[in-house]
Design a binder for this molecule. Structure first.
Ligand SMILES: C[S@@+](CC[C@H](N)C(=O)[O-])C[C@H]1O[C@@H](n2cnc3c(N)ncnc32)[C@H](O)[C@@H]1O
Length: 253
């Protein structure tokens, strides 16, 4: 019964994530959804900057703290291990929903692409960014990343395998394709407002710091020399910016 409840909990967490993820496309792209990055009544400039910075920080802190192995170790003393990833997914979604709801637009135009062909191309690039995000999640393990594998294995009394290192497909081109997809999606806009720029700058800084100083540190610890070789050979975000090293990572896995 407990295992079934955990399974239902994890499934709901995944559905909430899916809605939040789809909403993010409309929110950042300023399309289709009722509240977007540029919609709503403007607040005084500094009030908007402070509130938006707080909203982004809430997400950044939640996302980074709850992903650390030390936090997970303590956290799983209070909640079943099988629920841990789904709970992380739930909290991440809530932090994003709060951001969509409370985001203050700053409508000053930074750039506005008037040429319709160029504007369409930029929108296409925006779409490609989101597609890269989604496809990359399947190249590591989409179901593990969002907690579904953990709740399913728990239901079936199977154990969870340790993290499987991947260096193929997009992960053979860059070490962080999911983050690269987000960066593309956040910057590729025909109309850049000051509010959108704040969002793009803060998320870019956060992604760089979180990946370089937190995620890669953990990955080096868990995967070891293989990950160090991967770092030497495969660029962080921009494809084809590193020379091949002699002992190729693709030969070691
Ligand atoms: C939100 S994902 C982001 C992955 C990566 N930073 C990216 O942008 O594509 C975070 C999870 O991916 C896992 N991960 C990162 N690189 C990986 C790789 N090369 N192979 C397998 N898992 C990886 C981490 O262990 C972490 O649990």
């Amino acid at each position: 019964m407990k295992k079934l409840l955990i399974f239902i909990y994890g499934t709901i967490a995944y559905l909430v994530f899916l809605i939040t993820f789809l909403y993010a496309i409309g929110f950042v792209g300023n399309i289709l959804v009722p509240k977007t990055i540029n919609s709503g009544v403007e607040s005084p400039f500094w009030e908007a900057i402070v509130i938006n910075a707080i909203l982004l920080s809430v997400f950044a802190i939640q996302h980074s703290v709850m992903a650390r192995p030390a936090f997970k170790e303590q956290w799983t003393r209070f909640i079943p291990k099988a629920m841990e990833r789904s709970t992380y997914v739930f909290f991440s979604s809530f932090a994003l929903l709060l951001l969509y709801w409370q985001w203050r637009p700053i409508k000053t135009i930074i750039w506005d692409v008037q040429n319709p062909t160029l504007a369409t191309i930029i929108l296409g690039v925006f779409g490609i960014g989101w597609l890269i995000v989604l496809l990359s999640t399947f190249m590591i393990n989409h179901f593990e990343l969002f907690g579904l594998q953990q709740i399913y294995n728990n239901l079936k009394n199977k154990s969870n395998k340790p993290i499987a290192f991947k260096a193929n497909f997009f992960y053979g081109l860059v070490r962080h394709p999911i983050m690269l997809g987000f960066l593309i999606a956040f910057w590729a806009t025909p109309v850049m407002t000051a509010g959108h720029l704040l969002f793009a700058v803060m998320t870019t800084l956060y992604i760089y710091v979180a990946v370089k100083f937190l995620e890669e540190k953990d990955l080096r610890k868990f995967i070891g020399p293989k990950y160090e070789l991967y770092q030497k050979e495969v660029p962080m975000f921009i494809p084809f910016t590193k020379k091949k090293v002699k002992k190729s990572i693709t030969n070691t896995i």
